[in-house]
Design a protein around this ligand. Structure first.
Ligand SMILES: NC(=O)c1ccc[n+]([C@@H]2O[C@H](COP(=O)([O-])OP(=O)(O)OC[C@H]3O[C@@H](n4cnc5c(N)ncnc54)[C@H](O)[C@@H]3O)[C@@H](O)[C@H]2O)c1
Length: 250
């Protein structure tokens, strides 16, 4: 079987300790990439990374993505170890509280915006200059169908993910003259721990909107990300790739 070739590519995956990020690390590593997991909870990754059999290195990097100086330290350490970064997957995110907008405190709103949107800006800002120097890069941002449609009781999350889509479109155009491609992925509901943060009513609402009437699996998202990270993704940039069991219609 032809594999997506990421041999010797250096990839940073934020929030790579579990869930969709874990599946992305497993998939990129299987294709030959060296993977740097940037996460605030590394304990979750310590056991499963030992099982990986790919040729590339796997390194764990402690980082709080809500803190710009922590991101800059992670960038410096990663470059010191790997020399450069080819691929960045901005995957870390939180769902935040399920509440109508007018019941959210400023802190509850800000917490989601800081991680789900601001950190994507900070990580791109930290890593794009090195990609420009090397004239190669693949940036994949994990947005959400919520950013296209807006989910009720998730105004902070929907606004942040809409922001990620806008950021991706802008940055894709800014870098279109280079060999750096910037794209985002908009999943509908995917089976991970993030679902523990939201009510069953909210999950039922999301599944009811999916024509396939099921949740997606992290590996299905990882397969799309692996292609977006590869040389074969050459003529797409600033684009939104839906992975929603038929929910997205535009
Ligand atoms: N699961 C879904 O249904 C779904 C649907 C659409 C989009 N998404 C998006 O996919 C991405 C991954 O979601 P998931 O379901 O795998 O989530 P998850 O909760 O399973 O994993 C999130 C990871 O991010 C890390 N993280 C959280 N805060 C951090 C911080 N401040 N600094 C560093 N790392 C931090 C966590 O430790 C964890 O490893 C998120 O951006 C999410 O919004 C998920």
């Amino acid at each position: 079987m032809n594999q997506i070739d990421l041999n010797d590519r250096v990839a940073v995956v934020t929030g790579g300790s579990r869930g969709i990020g874990k599946a992305i690390v497993e998939r990129l590593h299987r294709s030959g990439a060296h993977c740097y997991i940037w996460d605030c909870d590394l304990q979750a990754a310590e056991s499963w990374i030992k099982e990986l059999k790919g040729p590339g290195a796997i390194k764990l990097v402690q980082v709080d993505l809500a803190d710009s100086s922590s991101i800059d330290r992670a960038r410096d350490w990663t470059i010191e170890q790997a020399g450069h970064v080819d691929i960045v997957v901005n995957n870390a995110g939180i769902a935040g509280v399920s509440k109508p907008l007018w019941e959210c405190s400023i802190q509850e709103w800000k917490e989601v915006i800081d991680l789900d949107l601001m950190a994507v800006f900070l990580v791109c800002r930290a890593l794009v200059p090195g990609m420009l120097d090397r004239e190669f890069g693949r940036i994949i941002n994990i947005a959400s169908i919520a950013g296209k449609e807006g989910n009720p009781n998730a105004s902070h999350y929907s606004a942040a993910k809409a922001g990620v889509i806008g950021l991706t479109k802008s940055l894709g155009k800014e870098l279109s003259g280079s060999m750096i491609r910037v794209n985002c992925v908009a999943p509908a509901v995917i089976q991970t721990d993030i679902l523990k943060q939201v009510s069953q009513e909210h999950i039922d609402y999301m599944v009811s909107k999916i024509p396939m009437q099921r949740v997606g699996q992290p590996e299905e998202v990882a397969a799309l990300v692996a292609w977006l990270a590869s040389n074969e993704c050459s003529f797409s940039t600033g684009a939104v790739f839906d992975i929603s069991g038929g929910r997205a219609t535009y």
